[in-house]
Every structure is written in C-alpha cells, then in structure tokens.
Design a protein around this ligand. Structure first.
Ligand SMILES: O=C(O)C1=C[C@@H](OP(=O)(O)O)[C@@H](O)[C@H](O)C1
Ligand SMILES: C=C(OP(=O)(O)O)C(=O)O
Length: 468
C-alpha cells in the first residue's frame, strides 16, 4: 500500500526532541490506557477554518494575518496551491504553540499552473472556482485515492457558470479548466448531496463573480450543514453577507472581500478521539481554548458524548469530558442511535466508541462518507469486524452490535480518522496495530505525540508507542 506522508515541518509545542512520530512507515502499537486519565491539552488550528481563511485571504482586497493557523498536509497543500495561483503566503512569527502565523497577500490570479489536491476535500472543492477567476489553464489532480472522491458536481457547476472544463467524464480528478480572468456568475443549480464542500467552494468565490451568485441545492440530502454555516460566517466576518431566502438557496452580491486579522480556533473535530478516550479509560480529558461560540461541528460533541454516558462541563474557556470509571475501570458504554448527517466528520470516532459499547448502536445519515478519504462505511465495518466486532453496513450508515474485540492489524486506508479511530479502540483492546499512524498528518501531525505523551501518559500508559 502506498503511504502518503506529510513532508512539511512538525510543530511541536513540547520541543522537537519529544516528538513521537514514526520515521519509517510501519504499524504503530496503539497504547493501552493504564488507568484513569487526567489530561489537559491544547490542539492545533481547525483544518476547515484554516483552509477557508486561506482562500478568502487570497481573494481579499487587502492582506490578511492568519493567527494560530493549522500546519498540516491539508493546509500545506492549500498554501502551495494558492502560491501557484499568484498569492503570496509568508510564515511570520506569532504567539501560537503549533507553528508560525501566516501573512497572506493577494495577487493577481494566475493561470498556467498545476494544483496538487493531495487527498484534501477542501483543496479540490474550494479552489476550482478560484482558478476559474484566473487567466489561463489550471490542472487539478491529487492522490490516487483522491481520484475516487466525488467532483462531478463541481465540474458541472463550473460549466454551468460558463467555464471550460476538460475531464475524462468520470466526474473526478484529474481535470483542467481554462479561466478567462472572470466568471460571470448568476443563477446556478447544483446537487450537493455528495458533499457540502461544493456549496462552500462556490460561495467562497462568489463575491468575485461579475454578477455574484444565486446558488440552489436541488438534491434530496445536504450533509454537513454546520460546514456551510461556517462558510457563511467566515464570509460575514469579512463583510460579505450571504442571503438565505429559502432552505437550500444562497445569494451573494458581487463585492470586495476584506482582509485584516483572523484568529483560527482549535480543531474541535480533532478533539473527538481525545474526548472519547475519557469514556474508554475513565477519568477526565480537558481541551483548552474551546470557543464559547463556534460553527465547528465538533461543538456537537458536547451533546453527543453524554449519550455515551459522559459528563461534559465547560469552565474558563475549556471543555472537560468526565468518563467516570470508564470502560477500563469497570464501567460500560451504552450504545446510541444517532443521525450524524450534520457531523459526518465526527462519525469515525463515534463509531469507535460504539464498537466498545455494551448495547447496539445505529449511526445514520452518513451515506456520503463513502466519498470521504476512503469509503469510511466499508473501512470501519471491515476493520472493526477484523478485530472480532459485529458491524453491518446500512444504506446510509452503520449498525454496530456488541462483541468482544481482540488485537490485530487496523488498516488505515490513507485516512487520518481511520487511524485515530483505531487508537480509541486500542486504548481498551491490547495489540491493536495501526497500519499507518502518519496518515494523521493530514490534519494533525502531532496526533501520536499528543496521544501518547499528553493524553494517556498523564494517567499512566501501560504501553509506550513503538514501531514494529
Ligand atoms: O467544508 C469543510 O471544511 C468540510 C466539510 C465536510 O465535508 P462533507 O460535506 O463532504 O462531509 C467535512 O466532512 C469535511 O471534513 C470538512
Ligand atoms: C472528510 C474529511 O476531509 P476533507 O476535508 O478531505 O473532505 C475529514 O477530515 O473527515
């Protein structure tokens, strides 16, 4: 299996000598929790906010300082792509714990380049409309797995806006488009049921379209609504009002996008495995810097984790999950019946908990996860079943029945959230070997370090991580 590794710098808040990141591709022994947790940690910036703000900064009419941005494979790909399109992105010293701030200076949008989307949905769905505003051809491609992710809606949307797009008809990467330096805009209907990112991508560039945009979603389902709310909020903070005359319709007038200074919140979706750990090992996990108000879907963990028996409290800008005795301390985790269509990104961690639960669970509303980094429904079912679990794929989700799990190889499918889900299960099940822990570099290169050194270390890990 091909291993995709983030080749950028690792920003460790604890000093490089403490980094616990695999040097060689190989399985990582998921550490088993040795006792109740008492962990308090900070997490790097949100992928979704960082990549939205990078795009908006490139389209703005003045420079933007992005404070505490994420530095990961997905953000590195976005930065590189924007540079290819003529934007200047400079690292400047800031006061964030996880790497430098970014000063983004917009430039005239340039065609003539190639964009590597890696496996980043935000790059492949947010940048084609930006490239369409440039003059000249732009080629889009990505990882082999990225060529399986849905792109038809964006390709057809661009054609609907009058942009010339050349593809092989599969509705996927690779493709090229030919920008004429302007996009007319106007009324456009799309089916965004495969990904909310089609809506977000079009809305982010819409203020720069000559006639703005009146976007209508015609499909039956629309997943990940909080991510669309996030796009609208990011635009609003830069002075762009998005009208919502009816459900599934968005309007944007042509207008400038403001620059300025933006502080990126920590990634609350990446908090999911850490917070889930409290239910498995027992004790408490606190994430510092939890925003009072946010559009991040990770905020829903505050209401989801109590369904599994957790007590969740907020104080002093931090969120704490108390797992009580936890599974390892003799407690049990109840199963849940959850529609996660709003927060599909949280589903792998939630399914990991459900695999350890003592009663059945049904997680629904997540059929679109088949088009994520991998077919996550198939991957979760295969890997949990491989450890002895009992998982059935539903049309739009998973049914998980209780079964004793044993250790074994946990395949990761180049999917960061598959790796972190294996780590959750491995807290309670000795001998879970995560095939490629480095896949976490997509959005959280510090995962192994934080998990082993900051999460369970404090409560006394039974097994230190090691490479086989
Ligand atoms: O806009 C975004 O930043 C995202 C939207 C969601 O995509 P889908 O609507 O494709 O699930 C989410 O799952 C993804 O991780 C990030
Ligand atoms: C679906 C995800 O990523 P992407 O932004 O690549 O769609 C994810 O992070 O869970």
């Amino acid at each position: 299996m091909q291993v995709f590794r983030y080749s950028g710098p690792e920003f460790s808040p604890y000093g490089d000598d403490e980094l616990v990141v695999a040097d060689e591709p190989g399985p990582w022994v998921a550490p088993v929790a040795g006792g109740a947790l008492d962990a308090r940690l900070q997490l790097p910036g949100s992928k979704s906010l960082t990549n939205r703000e990078l795009v908006l900064s490139a389209l703005a009419d003045a420079p933007t300082l992005l404070r505490w941005p994420l530095h990961s494979r997905d953000s590195a790909l976005m930065i590189e792509a924007l540079r290819t399109l003529g934007t200047t992105v400079e690292e400047v010293e800031g006061d964030g714990q996880f790497g430098p701030d970014l000063l983004v200076t917009p430039g005239e949008l340039l065609g003539g380049g190639s964009i590597d989307c890696g496996l980043a949905g935000t790059v492949m769905r947010f940048l084609p409309p930006v490239a369409a505003l440039a003059l000249g051809p732009v080629v889009f491609d990505g990882d082999e797995s990225a060529r399986r992710r849905p792109m038809r809606t964006m390709i057809e949307a661009l054609r609907g806006l009058g942009v010339e797009v050349n593809d092989d008809g599969r509705g996927a990467l690779p493709f090229s488009l030919y920008g004429t330096g302007a996009v007319e805009g106007g009324a456009l209907s799309i089916d965004a049921s495969a990904s909310s990112q089609f809506v977000s991508g079009l809305l982010l560039s819409a203020p720069r379209f000559t006639r703005g945009l009146e976007l209508r979603h015609t499909g039956e389902h629309l997943p990940s609504m909080p991510h669309i709310e996030m796009t609208i909020a990011c635009l609003a903070a830069r002075g762009v009002a998005v009208g919502t005359p009816e459900v599934g319709v968005w309007t944007v007038e042509p207008q400038p996008i403001a620059g300025g200074e933006v502080l990126i919140e920590p990634d609350l979706s990446n908090a999911a495995p850490f917070l889930a750990a409290a239910l498995v090992a027992g004790g408490t996990v606190t994430i510092e810097g939890w925003p009072d108000a946010t559009t991040q879907v990770g905020a829903h963990l505050e209401s989801i984790l109590p369904l599994f028996g957790a007590r969740v409290t907020r104080a002093g800008g931090a969120l704490t999950v108390d797992g009580g005795a936890g599974l390892l301390g003799g407690g049990s985790i109840p199963g849940v019946d959850l529609d996660l269509s709003a927060g599909g990104e949280l589903a792998p961690a939630i399914v990991g908990l459900a695999a350890l639960a003592s009663t059945p669970s049904r997680i629904t509303g997540i059929g679109h996860l088949r088009g994520h980094e991998t077919d996550r429904l198939a991957a979760l079912a295969a890997e949990i079943t491989g450890l002895g679990g009992n998982v059935t794929e539903l049309e739009d989700g998973l049914a998980i029945d209780p079964a004793p799990l044993t250790g074994g190889l946990w395949h990761t499918y180049e999917d960061h959230r598959m790796a972190t889900t294996g780590a959750i299960i491995g807290l309670a099940v000795p001998g879970v070997l995560i095939e490629d822990i480095d896949t976490t570099s997509k959005t959280l290169p510090q995962f192994a370090e934080l998990w082993s050194g900051r999460l369970i270390h404090v409560g006394g890990a039974a097994a230190a991580p090691e490479l086989l």
